[in-house]
Design a protein around this ligand. Structure first.
Ligand SMILES: NC(=O)c1ccc[n+]([C@@H]2O[C@H](COP(=O)([O-])OP(=O)(O)OC[C@H]3O[C@@H](n4cnc5c(N)ncnc54)[C@H](OP(=O)(O)O)[C@@H]3O)[C@@H](O)[C@H]2O)c1
Length: 346
């Protein structure tokens, strides 16, 4: 089977991630006849322009997956839980964007540049990480090639599209209301997000950390194969449309110079060093949105720790944070001949 003969379902085709997944497939000239756009019953019949064609949305029911080779599921966890087994039982591969399966021991959690070989042991479902975990894992993997990681501290600055299309609309509506002197209505987040910053992403657990913070800790450990890595995370939502940023402080067994860190990061696939501080050149969500690479800058030795490196990164949460990583996982599976039924159809 050549790659473009693979029949793909995009579940969540009307959402923030699904929309970008379709753009990326279009950029690859993926034939429209090998894409099925799926969403909830609410979107049935909706037409999504796709190059010279139009994709008509169908409901993501179990039978809709007959003949599908790869299903990208970008909806919420309950949808993944209900539909993923149906795809697998029909001989398809699930690449799941949500958190439903990420920490299951028999489900690989993959960033191809870091742990692509983990796709080898999939049993029908592969998860992609949270959109804040992916760029962090890439930068840490680049640096730990030089010296073992001993501790990581991170603060995130997360765009509203990390929540989905409805949060982007809320940011726009609130911004317009403020500009026009009107009352702001709050629905998606616990507080107004326009002209504000929320030190809360997802719900709190009894230990005072949020679910998002726990996801980042657990997922980073799983991807890096470092189950005991000490990580402290504070996740913050900022009024940015697209592009997550992170302030990272990483400690290592042995010192790494800033110059060497810049070299390691610059040589890592999918990472671009953007670091000319005196010219005010550094990663920003505004300039990373729409790009595939994770941008890393403000790379410096940590003045408070002899083996510490501090840096700042920005990454398009809908591309490398979600849809692009998912497509790259499919590429990795195909390259390694691990597509279900591949041997029979090759
Ligand atoms: N946004 C990010 O940066 C990001 C990054 C990594 C992972 N993710 C994960 O990706 C998933 C989707 O996120 P998003 O930002 O794209 O959300 P979104 O913009 O809210 O879109 C949700 C999508 O799910 C569909 N959906 C809802 N119920 C469904 C059902 N019962 N069956 C089939 N489809 C259904 C919706 O279709 P309708 O239009 O018909 O309701 C819509 O297409 C989430 O699990 C999220 O955690 C997101």
């Amino acid at each position: 089977m050549t790659e473009q003969n693979i029949r793909i379902a995009i579940v969540g085709a009307t959402g923030a991630v699904g929309t970008v997944a379709l753009q990326l497939l279009k950029d690859r000239d993926w034939p429209a006849e090998n894409i099925v756009a799926m969403a909830s019953y609410r979107s049935v019949g909706k037409e999504i322009p796709y190059g010279d064609s139009v994709l008509t949305v169908v409901e993501a029911t179990p039978d809709a997956f007959d003949g599908i080779n790869v299903a990208f599921i970008s909806a919420d966890s309950s949808v993944s839980k209900a539909l993923a087994p149906e795809v697998v039982s029909r001989g398809g591969l699930v690449i799941d964007d949500g958190s439903a399966y990420r920490m299951e021991p028999n489900v690989p959690l993959v960033v191809p540049e870091v742990n692509g070989a983990d796709v080898e042991w999939h049993e029908g479902i592969i998860s992609i990480p949270n959109c804040t975990t992916t760029p962090l894992a890439m930068a840490l993997a680049a640096l730990q090639a030089e010296s073992p990681l001993t501790r990581v501290t991170v603060a995130t600055y997360q765009a509203v599209t990390g929540t989905g299309a409805s949060a982007l609309q809320e940011l726009k509506d609130q911004s317009a209301a403020i500009a026009n002197g009107n009352e702001v209505s709050v629905e998606v987040y616990p507080h107004q997000i326009a002209m504000n910053v929320l030190p809360q992403v997802d719900d709190f657990q009894p230990d005072g950390y949020t679910n998002e913070e726990h996801k980042m800790i657990n997922e980073t450990r799983k991807i890096l194969h470092l189950p005991d890595l000490p990580i402290s995370v504070t996740c913050v939502r900022v009024p940015v449309p697209v592009g997550h940023s992170e302030a990272v402080h990483a400690e290592f067994a042995n010192p790494i110079s800033a110059e060497r860190a810049r070299e390691l990061l610059g040589n890592f696939p999918g990472v671009r060093v953007v670091d000319v501080p005196n010219a005010s050149v550094y990663p920003m969500p505004h300039t990373s949105a729409g790009l595939d690479e994770v941008q890393v800058g403000r790379i410096r030795e940590d003045l408070s720790h002899e083996s510490g490196i501090s840096f700042w990164l920005s990454c398009d949460n809908l591309r490398k944070g979600a849809a692009l990583n998912a497509l790259q996982i499919m590429d990795e599976v195909v390259t390694r001949n691990r597509l279900p039924g591949a041997a029979a159809t090759a």
